[in-house]
Design a binder for this molecule. Sequence first.
Ligand code: K7E
Ligand code: CUA
Length: 763
Amino acid sequence: MAKTILNGLLATATAVGLSFPSIASAQSLDEVMEARGLTQQDLLAAAKTYTPTGGRDEFIVFSSGGQSGQIMVYGVPSMRILKYVSVFTPEPWQGYGFDEESKAVLEQGRIDGKLLNWGDTHHPAISETDGDLDGEWLFINDKSAPRIGLVSLHDFETQQIVVNPIMQSEHGGAFVTPNTDYIIEATQYPAPLGRGFAPLSEFNEKYRGAVTYWKFDREAGRIDQSKSFSLELPPYSQDLSDAGKLVSDGWSFTNSFCAERYVGGIESGRPPFEAGCSQNDTDYLHVINWEKAVGVYEAGKVEMINDHPVIMMDTAIEEGLVYLIAEPKSPHGVDVSPDGEYIVVGGKLDTHASVYSFSKIMAAVEAGNFSGTDPYGIPIISMEDALHVQVALGLGPLHNQFDSKECVIYTSLYVDSQVAKWDYCEGKLLDKISIHYNIGHLVAMEGESVHPAGKYLISLNKLAIDRFNPVGPLHPQNHQLIDISGDKMELLYDMPVPLGEPHYAAAIAAEKLKPLVRYRYGTNSRTGGKHEGAVRPGQERIERDGDTVTVYMTAIRSHFTPEIVEVNEGDTVRFVVTNSERAEDETHGFSISTFDVNLSLEPGKTATAEIVADRPGVYSYYCTEFCSALHLEMTGYLVVKPEGYVEEATVGEEGTLWTEADYKKQVETNVQTQGVIDSVVVYITSRNFQDFPEVVALVEDATDQLTFAEDAKAKSEAAATESDWQNATLWAGQWWQYQVKAADIGLRAKNFLDEEGAVVTAE
Ligand code: K7E
Ligand code: CUA
């Protein structure tokens, strides 16, 4: 076995560095087109999306995962899925909900004492600086239970969940203000504020909507609930929101449906909600001066509901914080143009998109030019006074996204299954493209920022029907990539997504994201701070405190320290495990048979698996990531001794006893291996490796491994001087294990230098 691996290493070492000329494919492009029935157009689309091995994408998309409670991350234009970030739902691979640190995050999402393991993610928002996406943080709402999740874009992990103290359901979040001072969250279905009871017969009097402004403390990297407040709104079903920007900064916009305040009851013979809620020709766009509202909140003009400050409607009206504008029947999206002047609303049940002018709205507010008030006394600005232009686009206009080209906007048409490209300044239709089928949201690159990036648009479809190989009655979702760089939109690619309904997505230039390669040693990734249980190699220990046993453990290729943990039946056992690797992508896992735990330990991370050892037995634990050639050997035993068990003084017998000859043979192998390592070291150090941070990191890691090798070598030699051939051989074996890891890393570094064209700087 040892010999085989060594030969392999030697072979790789010689092969690396030799480059073979690429052999041309036997087939020509024409033959492939013919054989696969592809058109010129198909080839063009393929060339625009194909990303060769090792290639990177220009944009990164964060898509809501709907009923999965997650976020999906993928690249554009390749449409390759890179990650699922779990927010409201456990995710086993990444240990989310299977380690204590992430359970603490899910715990924050408890509502009225109840732990929820399901969420319906709808609208992600990337943090902004001066209205541009800055790639630091991501917020997403849960429509089903009124919650907002916060994801760090340094490690793509969920770090906080906040529960809305007054809402029963929500939809119009998460939308950020241009400097991420606040995250906006608006209700969906009206209910008594504070989630109490009131009979439906008192709907008009006791039921309410609301919008919450969550304060974001960027320095702390947390939503600060103690500086957040809400505004009471009428019991219309508030829908989507958007924050004003530039000229309209300081204002926010939330539309609504069911301004009829209709309550269904199909079972008692009343027409259903869908009929009663779409009877009127108009609903209301709420126009809110949040900046002024902050002052009103700080002046204490609030009522406390569930310990949360709420500016009640009377105060809001008196202080001039809220206005309504009639908008066409059951609208859906509301989106503010990059310059902040226009607010575009999709009609949904109306064929028009309506463009409101912020300066016209302000003129009406300043002149006190209102057409009346709603039943709660909120001033209504007439549609004519606020409207810039209305354009008939087609059936079911829903959501809008902006292009980098001035005045160009894209609107999804749900019923028509089309995207309309139009000019919102002039009010004219420019182009249409059919999608398959029934588009909901759409996302253009940085299309909601003050500087949209254009280039691509993605249609987030509600149905796939016949687009993919059938996989049973539940079809995958379909994200369709569209090229918007030219005058005509061109469909490029269909991406099936087996995750959950995509609602909204946010797309950012990849270069703006600065994710970590490894954690600072001993990081609790869910707080971002140092883990109090982190230990360095050599500090591992097992501590007992009453019935609680804490195992301070490290993980490195390819062993845990300690490897045997003995406890008593009934003990609570906490395994606090730190991955002491530095090498990029050297993640270890940790699971204990039948205890329903899994840790994902990326380099530098510390996480905890806590179990109650309630059944006597012997439970193996092992690393769940294939991390090295001896990954299967990365294991240990949790021994749970039955109550009253008395240990007998016996000595375990080894399976094999090693001799001096075995020791010498192993040492010989090690000397040869060292020869390979030395040659790789010469290769690397004679080149400008310092110019490549990736290689510097690999070299540091290899140096670590060689230090461990030295330590094992010393132990083996000490045993040999005492003629303890058993331990001498085994420690020589461990010495070799560290050498193999160092050689593996060294070859990776050498390979990298070859590919990147490093130059010889020394002989
Ligand atoms: Cu599905 Cu934004 Cu919740 Cu529209 S939403 S489609
Ligand atoms: Cu560590 Cu497998």
